[in-house]
Design a protein around this ligand. Structure first.
Ligand code: NAD
Length: 516
């Protein structure tokens, strides 16, 4: 393995940023080696309450400091994310097992989300006048006020991106944050948080806690004024129900079984390379990566061999540099889940076109990128999210059949269309039921466009992150309207009798001139 793992002094310095007083720790395994990377201090439910109370106090001054102050601090945080990228890349790779290239995508995406929210927050949330209900008689305006403290719960797979895409807009909108980090991503999150605190975000404004998903997760859901959850559909459903019990709004970024359609006008080699990246980024442990490919019959005999050859040529390895294409799975549980899907499919008649094996010779949790065909509905990997490096290819006879098969899922997170024609690709994209659809890319076209909303339909989620939508969820819209006194509104039956004809005339006139 080239490059160096995080040293003890660095992990201790990072974990000192946690609010964790239980005195207990959890050993976190480094996926590249199987050794204990560090002992993660664990929080208590009281720590969550204390971190929330502290964030609440800090939030009042942060909001009072104004838009310009928040913008400058967040832009400085952006610069520090870039300056400290080598540490961030080491932390992400060491904790998650992904390649340096895919860790770099996280740094890029985190910086972009920070910049976007720093610069967009005032424009989106400054509020302003709206039309009053009766011209000249009523005036109205809307103010956006921060919700208070946002509870953020994040998974292990993209610790930087998924934290920053939810936290940068929360801070930019004037909120505080209490975040529950997953054990496997806490160091990366704490390294990123340090960029923000060194840039001027008060320490207490962004609290980070760690520990048991249910105990600490529940405490975060119970404490915040809004909940941003990213994780599995099963856990997200519980979190949404718990938040609803307090009438606290929530956004849920959940699982997927993302389809890619390969149309018959593609260049097979280019499509194979694009598809391989879209399927096997982060070894398939990416909510928006592809697990189903529907290829049109007209190109299948050229695309499928090109794709299988491309996948077989990918370089696996644990190196902390840019020499590898596919990294490791993150945990033993992930290894077991992925191998169970492959073995189940093969036992029931699936054909392996590439990969299919665990690679303990490279590292304890490595699995070859795997391409299956002849996958049927009796197999676990047919409709259930594998969340690993496994894709099933199915040949279809028409564009309509491809669209129907792609939409036939309980999920609707991300989708992709590969086509030689942008117009044709866009036309198919418009018919896919997903929160995001990429044309001639697997996921990066939408994932990287931080001005546009990201989220899921059906069991893939509720609400949206990124774009104006990602900021607006963190603010309460307050309407302030004024009676100008130009005309007294009716208060008695007699006044209504007098004014009703004029009010009817007004309604008809507004309709005629099409005034909103
Ligand atoms: P998970 O649901 O097991 O855990 C996610 C987070 O929730 C972790 O921090 C965990 O400790 C915490 N948690 C566990 N139980 C909880 C509870 N009862 N209450 C509150 N919090 C609790 O998911 P995971 O295995 O860490 O992540 C993989 C899943 O996340 C996949 O399904 C993937 O598709 C999904 N995901 C979705 C997105 C997206 O943006 N839509 C992004 C990344 C991952």
């Amino acid at each position: 393995m080239s490059g160096s793992m995080l040293q003890r002094a660095e992990t201790d310095a990072l974990t000192s940023g946690l609010t964790a007083t239980s005195g207990r720790t959890q050993g976190v395994i480094a996926p590249f080696t199987g050794d204990v990377l560090h002992e993660l201090p664990l929080s208590t439910a009281q720590d969550v309450a204390d971190a929330t109370a502290a964030a609440r106090v800090a939030q009042a001054s942060w909001w009072a400091a104004g838009w310009a102050h928040r913008r400058e601090v967040l832009l400085r945080a952006h610069d520090l994310l870039l300056e400290r990228r080598e540490l961030l890349l080491d932390a992400v790779q060491t904790e998650t097992g992904k390649t340096r290239g895919q860790a770099f995508e996280e740094v890029f995406n985190s910086a972009a989300a920070t910049r976007y929210n720093a610069l967009a927050a005032h424009r989106v949330l400054r509020g302003g006048p709206r039309r009053g209900g009766i011209p000249l008689v009523l005036t109205a305006r809307v103010d956006y006020r921060p919700k208070g403290v946002i509870g953020v719960i994040t998974p292990w797979n993209y610790p930087l991106s998924l934290a920053i895409m939810d936290i940068a807009p929360a801070l930019a909108a004037g909120n505080g944050v209490v975040q529950k980090a997953d054990d496997q991503g806490a160091l990366s999150i704490l390294a990123a948080r340090r960029c923000f605190t060194d840039a001027g975000v008060p320490e207490a404004l962004w609290g980070v806690v760690a520990g048991d998903g249910e105990e600490i997760g529940n405490a975060v859901v119970d404490a915040g004024d809004y909940v941003s959850f990213t994780g599995s559909t099963a856990t997200g459903t519980k979190v949404a129900q718990r938040a609803a019990g307090r009438l606290v709004p929530a956004s849920m970024e959940l699982g997927g079984k993302n389809p890619m359609i390969v149309l018959d006008d593609v260049d097979p080699e280019k499509a194979a390379a694009d598809a391989a990246y879209g399927c096997f980024s982060a070894a398939g442990q990416l909510c928006v990566s592809m697990e189903r490919i529907y290829v049109l019959r007209g190109v299948a005999d050229r695309f499928i061999p090109a794709f299988a050859a491309r996948v077989a040529s990918l370089t696996l390895g644990p190196d902390l540099d840019y020499t590898t294409d596919v990294g490791s799975l993150a945990t033993k549980a992930q290894l077991e889940r992925v191998m169970a899907h492959i073995e189940d499919a093969v036992a029931k008649g699936a054909t392996v076109l590439a990969g299919g094996r665990a690679r303990p010779d490279i590292g304890p949790y490595f699995v070859e990128p795997t391409v299956l065909t002849d996958v049927t509905s009796t197999m676990q990997c047919f409709a259930h999210e594998t969340f690993g490096p496994v894709v099933a290819i199915t040949i279809v006879d028409s564009e309509a059949a491809a669209i129907a098969a792609a939409n036939d899922s309980e999920f609707g997170l991300n989708a992709s269309v590969l086509s030689g024609s942008r117009t044709r690709g866009l036309a198919v994209a418009r018919r896919l039921k997903a929160g995001s659809v990429n044309v001639n890319e697997g996921y990066r076209a939408t994932f990287g466009s931080v001005d546009a909303p990201m989220g899921g339909v059906k069991h893939s989620g509720l609400g949206r992150r990124n774009g104006p939508e990602g900021l607006l969820r963190y603010a309460d819209a307050t309407t302030i309207a004024t009676a100008t006194g130009l005309l007294q509104l009716p208060r008695t039956g007699a006044e209504f009798r007098t004014l009703t004809p004029a009010m009817l005339l007004l309604l008809r006139t507004l309709r005629t001139v099409r005034r909103r």
